[in-house]
Every structure is written in structure tokens, then in C-alpha cells.
Design a protein around this ligand. Structure first.
Ligand code: ATP
Ligand code: MG
Length: 257
């Protein structure tokens, strides 16, 4: 059965989208069938895979408002035959308010759709927006687990207890199978003590699974989205590509356990 992983942290700019794009493409490179869902109105995951977010007709917005079918909003990505994406764009910002009018199961709208295809994929990766809103709740009710990117910087732990509390709430009230997949450190700078201090501090204070793979700060990872390419297609030999391949391997091994 397909494994659904939401990538969430309400803190902005910590590497959620970079992880969603590159973990997904490295899973596909490893031979897995992958569906990526962009749940962020910023649409960075969509454009990071080379889709023109402003010209796409059917997105996750149309899907959750029942204006298109699931298959009408699933797009191919050039160079990655095993991967499909449900894109998003700024229209999704309106869905938050429109969903408030939905009386039945508004926390489960995405789940009720994705259930139809979950067995067609090995992994479904959901990129969440930087907030704990109804879009994120929809992602968390759909998911089996949450992967939390943490940026190696001074305020890394800020907001993490709130995120863990939200995950617990969703688990208790809406999705009892939800687990924490693990924490992954991003933008690690080996030249500074700060990065290693943050890693040690989080390890001491956060009682949760932590991936061994640490994503370094790597300029190729920052450049790749402007070319609309995941890192393994943009610069296959870069440190960034290697690190996301290692993360994909760990994620696969955890699944097989
Ligand atoms: P948001 O909360 O706005 O959705 P996010 O958590 O999805 O942000 P990203 O968009 O992945 O974060 O990353 C923020 C910025 O940092 C981007 O410009 C991205 O290219 C850059 N970045 C992310 N990871 C790395 C890395 N390992 N090395 C260098 N730059 C990175
Ligand atoms: Mg993002």
C-alpha cells in the first residue's frame, strides 16, 4: 500500500518545498512510483518541477472544490517517468475560506479524493504551506506520517512544540494512524559551530526520530528551482543531490521495516 508523507513545519523557509521536490525525485530515481501534492498556494513545489503554475487549468484547488476529477489535475514531469504532480497556485489561498462553507468532512476533502489512488503509488508526498490552517489539516488527515524539516539556525526549535501539539490533536481527533516520520535537518553549514549546536540541541530536547541524513547548505539546491528541475536532474553529482538520495534511501528503508 502507498505510503503518504506530509512535509510540514509552520515556520517559513525551513526547506519544506526543497525537501518535497528532491526527496520525491530521488524516490522516483530509485524506481518508486511517486505522486507529489502541492498544498501551498505559493506553488513553489509546482514551479520547482518546471510547471508554469499560472497557466495550469486544473490544480488541487479545483480538485478540493470538485471542479475537476483527480486524473484531470495530475500532471507528468519531464525526465521523471515514475512521478506525477498535483500542482497548486495562488487560487488555493481562497480555498481556505471556501472550505469553511463545506459542512461535511471538510478536514477530509483531500483524503477522500486521494484514497482512490493511494494504492497506485509507492509514495505520496505532500508539500504543506507554512501555517497550521485547514489546508495543512487536510494534508495531515490524508497522511500516514509527517516529516518535519528543521533548519539549522538559532530559532530552530521555535514553534516545534506547537507543531507537535497540532500533530497530536489531529491524531487524537481526526487521523489515529498519523505518526511522526522523523525530523530532517536542513541547510547545515559545516563551517559553523551554530549548525552542530542546533543539531545537538534538537537531539537533546526533541524526543522523536531523527534522520541520519543531514541536508547541507548547497548552492545547487537553491539554484535548481529557477531551472524548474529537481536536484538530481539539475546537478546529479552535487552534495545536495547526494544528500537527498541518502534521505530517500533512509525513507525507503524505514518503509520496508
Ligand atoms: P515556505 O515556508 O515559504 O514554503 P519552505 O519551508 O518550503 O518555505 P524552501 O522554499 O524549501 O522552504 O527553502 C527556502 C529557501 O532556502 C529557498 O530559497 C531554497 O532554495 C533555499 N534552500 C532550501 N534548502 C536549501 C539548502 N539545503 N541549501 C541551500 N539553499 C536551500
Ligand atoms: Mg514551501
Amino acid at each position: 500500500m502507498g505510503r503518504i508523507i506530509a512535509i510540514a513545519n509552520q515556520k517559513g523557509g525551513v526547506g519544506k518545498t526543497t525537501t518535497a521536490i528532491n526527496l520525491s525525485s530521488c524516490l522516483a530515481e530509485a524506481g518508486k512510483k511517486v505522486l507529489v501534492i502541492d498544498m501551498d498556494p505559493q506553488g513553489n513545489c509546482t514551479s520547482g518541477f518546471g510547471l508554469n503554475k499560472n497557466e495550469i487549468e486544473n490544480t488541487v484547488y479545483e480538485l478540493i472544490l470538485e471542479q475537476c476529477s483527480l486524473h484531470q489535475c495530475m500532471y507528468d514531469v519531464e525526465g521523471l517517468d515514475a512521478l506525477k504532480i498535483i500542482p497548486s497556485n495562488v487560487n488555493l489561498a481562497g480555498a481556505e475560506i471556501e472550505l469553511l462553507d463545506v459542512e461535511n468532512e471538510r478536514e477530509y476533502i483531500l483524503k477522500n479524493e486521494i484514497d482512490y489512488v493511494r494504492d497506485d503509488y509507492d509514495f505520496i508526498i505532500i508539500d504543506c504551506p507554512p501555517s497550521l490552517n485547514l489546508l495543512t489539516v487536510n494534508a495531515l488527515t490524508t497522511a500516514d506520517s509527517v516529516l518535519v524539516p528543521i533548519q539549522c539556525e538559532y530559532y530552530a526549535l521555535e514553534g516545534i512544540s506547537q507543531l507537535m501539539h497540532t500533530i497530536d490533536l489531529v491524531k487524537n481527533r481526526l487521523n489515529d494512524k498519523l505518526k511522526i516520520e522523523g525530523v530532517v535537518f536542513t541547510m547545515y553549514d559545516a563551517r559553523t559551530n551554530l549548525s552542530s549546536d542546533v543539531v545537538n540541541n534538537v537531539k537533546e530536547n526533541l524526543n522523536t526520530t531523527i534522520y541520519q541524513t543531514i541536508i547541507p547548505r548547497n548552492v545547487r539546491l537553491a539554484e535548481a528551482p529557477s531551472h524548474g528541475l529537481p536536484i538530481n536532474l539539475y546537478d546529479s553529482k552535487s552534495a545536495g543531490a547526494e544528500s537527498y538520495r541518502n534521505l530517500a534511501k533512509e525513507v525507503i528503508e524505514r518503509k520496508d521495516r
